[in-house]
Design a protein around this ligand. Structure first.
Ligand SMILES: NC(=O)c1ccc[n+]([C@@H]2O[C@H](COP(=O)([O-])OP(=O)(O)OC[C@H]3O[C@@H](n4cnc5c(N)ncnc54)[C@H](OP(=O)(O)O)[C@@H]3O)[C@@H](O)[C@H]2O)c1
Length: 271
């Protein structure tokens, strides 16, 4: 579906470059149909050399006659960039915005016409094709547009679609920020192993692979994590003592509160 589409990425930064790289690597789109813009000339030249795609500093010029426009700039730049492209964007072009805390309605209203908009919230493991992206369609898109967005983000991991946009703030706080929470857990478990005498490198590998394995068990078996936990916890065994310490430290409440607090922050930023 994407093979002959022309795709322009406004903001080839961390996330924009990840998407560009995956579309090229996975042969989703021909290189000559990919275009990218940055704020600084040096960066544009670097992207041009690295990927062999045409790069721009002028967004208006870049988006002319492109089928899909991915906006991957910081949320605080959105107003400026949208007003830049407003004059030239057409009702045939699909806009996919990955900017946090920026609603489809905000983008539609700023553009002022029946413009096709999809909001996407990916996360950084997209870099290694283990991302989690949630899509939320705007008012004027149909199934074909959603399918195109699913193909783009499906190349870098799992994709889900939701239709209640207010839930995108929770998505941001859960899967968008989730990798950061997990790194703290990895760091802490590693230090637990270190404290008990394991070399750091080995402790980190044991931790990361245990988390990866447990996550795959949840995704692949579809079982409730409590049942999977029971399978590790033997009577009067080792694990239950560890679990008691986790509960004593309030790990469940802490993690629940982390997502709630981050959701509130995302709501605040989107206002
Ligand atoms: N990082 C994450 O985990 C994550 C996850 C989900 C969603 N997001 C969202 O993704 C968006 C981008 O985040 P990021 O982490 O990729 O940021 P980033 O690395 O700072 O990339 C932003 C890019 O935008 C470019 N840029 C700035 N102004 C521009 C303009 N007027 N025209 C064209 N390009 C412009 C910058 O160019 P220069 O390099 O030349 O300055 C930079 O390359 C944000 O809205 C964020 O909310 C991020």
């Amino acid at each position: 579906m994407l093979t002959n589409k022309k795709i322009a990425i406004i903001g080839v930064g961390k996330m924009g470059e990840t998407l560009l790289n995956s579309m090229i690597k996975n042969n989703l789109v021909k290189k000559e149909n990919l275009y990218g813009s940055t704020a600084q000339e040096e960066h544009a030249q670097e992207i041009n050399k690295k990927y062999g795609i045409r790069t721009y500093l002028n967004n208006q010029e870049m988006i002319l006659e492109k089928d899909i426009i991915i906006i991957a700039i910081k949320p605080q730049m959105m107003k400026k960039v949208i007003s830049e492209i407003k004059e030239v964007v057409t009702e045939k072009q699909l806009i996919i915005s990955i900017a946090a805390a920026t609603s489809t309605q905000f983008i539609e209203d700023c553009l002022g016409r029946n413009i096709l908009v999809i909001r996407a919230m990916p996360n950084t493991p997209a870099l290694i094709n283990e991302g989690m992206t949630v899509l939320c369609p705007g008012r004027y898109v149909d199934k074909r547009h959603i399918k195109m967005a699913m193909d783009i983000f499906g190349a870098v991991g799992l994709v889900e679609v939701i239709y209640r946009e207010e839930l995108m703030e929770v998505v941001t706080a859960l899967s968008g920020s989730g990798p950061a929470y997990t790194y703290i857990i990895i760091e802490s478990l590693t230090e637990g192993g270190l404290r008990m005498g394991l070399p750091r490198e080995l402790a980190q590998k044991l931790t990361a692979q245990s988390l990866l394995g447990a996550a795959k068990m949840v995704l692949e078996t579809g079982m409730h994590p409590a049942l999977l936990k029971d399978a590790v916890t033997t009577p009067a065994g080792v694990t239950v003592d560890g679990l008691m310490e986790l509960e004593d430290g309030g790990i469940r409440v802490t993690l629940i509160k982390a997502v709630s607090r981050a959701t509130e922050k995302s709501k605040e930023l989107s206002r």
